[in-house]
Design a protein around this ligand. Structure first.
Ligand code: NDP
Ligand code: MG
Length: 386
């Protein structure tokens, strides 16, 4: 049997390493034909050796002159343009996009334009350009397969049911590390506290997004584009144990959940094997050993970015790109400890409020607005915070 040819973008990250583990356990059905890293060439080369990967990309062009010890018999490319060129030409069955942030957009667009299946972890692609990706999908042979655990859960629970039978989508959220922190203590939150997520081990950007709950706001927008429901029909609840990965409610009132112990390997595996569930030892969940499951409402005072993202998603146009970009810039400032935790919200809110929106933006509008907002926020952030 031919093995499925996979391109793993962002192989050196958290989703990348979970993908590697899935492929390691199922090498009889999967092979990696292309892998990309941005900076971490050592891990990239290690994986190239282990999985005999023929095409390697280091998307950070600045690394070009500092890399020696290139593995034999491999093609090594530098820069994000080379990555896109490879995606336009390579013989490949599915691309898993595990690049973090807005940098993943062009890879998603290129993959669906070319008609290759896209296993999407990079939710920012849909936040920024969901309308364009969906337009492409109308004529493309691509299948868009969610990797985000909540969206994989919804995808699995919906199965083949028509959209008209689905009444509501209910995303679950762990609540992050500050779920029980008194609100008057938010001004003292440190970077180290923020990076300690209670249930998931993820890259730095999404870990901060989970603490502010921007992540769930981005996921509401992601769900809108993936499942074509109105914002009023997509909500979120706090579920600290991260066992129920999301719910859907059918029009007759029946609610279905998808469950497992928290691990990204399961949604990655399903995205790679869809429409089949295949036999695997990657995940075992013992129902009787599970903690008690609880669900709570999201409070506006605690998680303002979740509510802002919903509003921005509803307005649409270029605004979600502006919000996402301001958030990326604010997080990068927070990771350098140039701003405080609660100033992430201030920066994003102030940026969104100042912006004159345009509807139905082109890819070029999105790319330009993304980089100019990022630069502007990094330069002017002191004027945006109280
Ligand atoms: P990480 O930060 O752990 O990894 C990011 C990957 O992208 C790394 O391989 C990194 O390369 C590469 N990368 C970073 N910057 C760029 C760039 N400018 N251009 C190209 N590649 C780049 O992130 P995660 O794995 O946590 O997240 C990846 C995506 O998956 C995000 O969109 C996130 O929202 C989504 N996601 C993640 C989940 C998780 O559990 N981690 C769950 C659900 C969704 P290098 O390391 O070599 O610098
Ligand atoms: Mg998620």
């Amino acid at each position: 049997m031919n093995r499925k040819k996979i391109a793993v973008l962002g192989i050196t990250g958290s989703i990348g390493s979970s993908t590697v583990e899935v492929i390691r356990q199922h090498q009889d059905i999967f092979e990696i034909v292309l892998a990309s890293a941005h900076n971490n060439h050592l891990d990239l080369f290690k994986y190239a050796e282990e999985f005999n990967i023929p095409n390697l990309v280091i998307s950070n062009d600045l690394k070009r002159n500092n890399i020696t010890n290139i593995p034999d018999n491999r093609k090594l490319y530098f820069g994000s343009n080379q990555l896109i060129e490879l995606l336009e030409n390579i013989d490949c069955d599915i691309v898993i996009n595990a690049i973090s942030g807005s940098a993943g957009l062009m890879s998603s667009m290129t993959t669906v334009r070319r008609g290759i299946d896209l296993a999407l972890a990079n939710k920012e692609s849909l936040v920024m350009a969901g309308h364009l990706i969906n337009n492409e999908l109308e004529t493309s042979k691509s299948k868009l397969l969610p990797v985000d655990s909540e969206h994989s859960a919804i995808f699995q629970a919906i199965g083949k049911s028509p959209l008209s039978e689905i009444k509501k989508i209910i995303l679950t959220a762990s609540g992050g590390p500050f779920r029980n922190l008194p609100l008057d203590k938010f001004k003292d939150i440190t970077l180290a506290q923020t990076l300690k997520h209670p249930t998931w081990d993820m890259g730095a950007k999404i870990t901060v997004d989970s603490a502010t709950m921007m992540n769930k706001g981005l996921e509401v927008i992601e769900a809108k584009w993936l499942f074509h429901k109105d914002y009023e029909d997509i909500s979120a609840v706090i579920h600290p144990q991260s066992i129920v990965h999301s719910f859907i409610e059918y029009v007759d009132g029946s609610i279905l959940a998808q469950m497992s112990s928290p691990s990204m390997q399961l949604p990655i595996l399903y995205a790679l094997t869809h429409p089949k569930h295949i036999k695997s030892n990657l995940m075992k969940t013992s129902i009787v050993d599970l903690p008690n499951l609880s669900f709570e409402k999201l409070e506006k005072e605690r998680y303002p970015l979740y509510f802002l993202a919903r509003e921005v998603g509803k307005i649409g146009g270029l605004l979600p790109t502006i919000m996402n970009s301001a958030n990326e810039a604010a997080i990068s400032l927070f990771l350098k400890e140039s701003i405080k935790f609660n100033q992430i919200h201030q920066i994003v809110q102030a940026t969104v409020e100042k912006f004159e929106n345009i509807s139905n933006p082109s890819l070029n509008d999105i790319i330009l607005a993304n980089s100019s907002t990022y630069e502007k926020v990094k330069k002017d952030y002191k004027n945006l915070i109280k």
